[in-house]
Design a protein around this ligand. Sequence first.
Ligand SMILES: Nc1ncnc2c1ncn2[C@@H]1O[C@H](COP(=O)(O)OP(=O)(O)OP(=O)(O)O)[C@@H](O)[C@H]1O
Length: 230
Amino acid sequence: MKPILRARNVSKVYRGDGVETWALRGVDLEIYPGEFTAIAGPSGSGKSTLLHLLGGLDLPTEGEVWLEETRLDRLNATERARVRLHKIGFVFQSYNLIPVLTALENAAFVLELRGAPRQERERRALEALEVLGVRALSHRRPNQLSGGQQQRVAVARALAARPQVVLADEPTANLDSRTGLALIEHMKRLNQEHGITFVFSTHDPRLLEHVRRTVHLEDGRVARVEEASV
Ligand SMILES: Nc1ncnc2c1ncn2[C@@H]1O[C@H](COP(=O)(O)OP(=O)(O)OP(=O)(O)O)[C@@H](O)[C@H]1O
């Protein structure tokens, strides 16, 4: 089987105010279709940077990033945006819900950007909200939802578009442990039932008990990869 995502000897340097920060150094990583992979590591180890690069949101300083047969770091910004829109779902803290839209409209948003017809958008958004257990809240705006509910709507937005890959940056960070575990369970079910590939970052050891593969980052390098039999 060929990897769906691949980082080859990827380094990322942030430069600003005369300071250089090596966020990633020579990272090699392959993600295969249908995998459920966690990226773990202490604060500042490079987890968010790696997810940004894998999703084509940012470019590596050195190395290659591939999504299937497409080399993302060779595409221009418009081409990368098109690939993201059609193939990747994001659940990132910085990609918050749009405050003036209802949960349903938020969940349908990626499909709207893709130009899907209204009926199809609504059907798929409602389906995704149902799967995440927040369909009854579909007419509420984000400020009428708890943090956990907002996070579920954000996951529903990523999933309604049926991406091949979902990249999630600390998806449980703002949730209490019960809600966090429930969200991971939902993600796992979608992974098992719909074959969606998940890569998510976390520094919560409790969540790592639920994943098959954990990539540990330290100081921007892959320190070790752990395979569990869950
Ligand atoms: N835009 C930026 N400009 C300069 N330095 C940055 C930038 N983004 C990240 N860094 C630095 O790169 C390193 C890796 O950061 P990154 O956010 O990828 O780590 P992380 O593992 O996701 O951390 P956390 O768990 O705290 O979110 C850190 O030293 C950070 O300070």
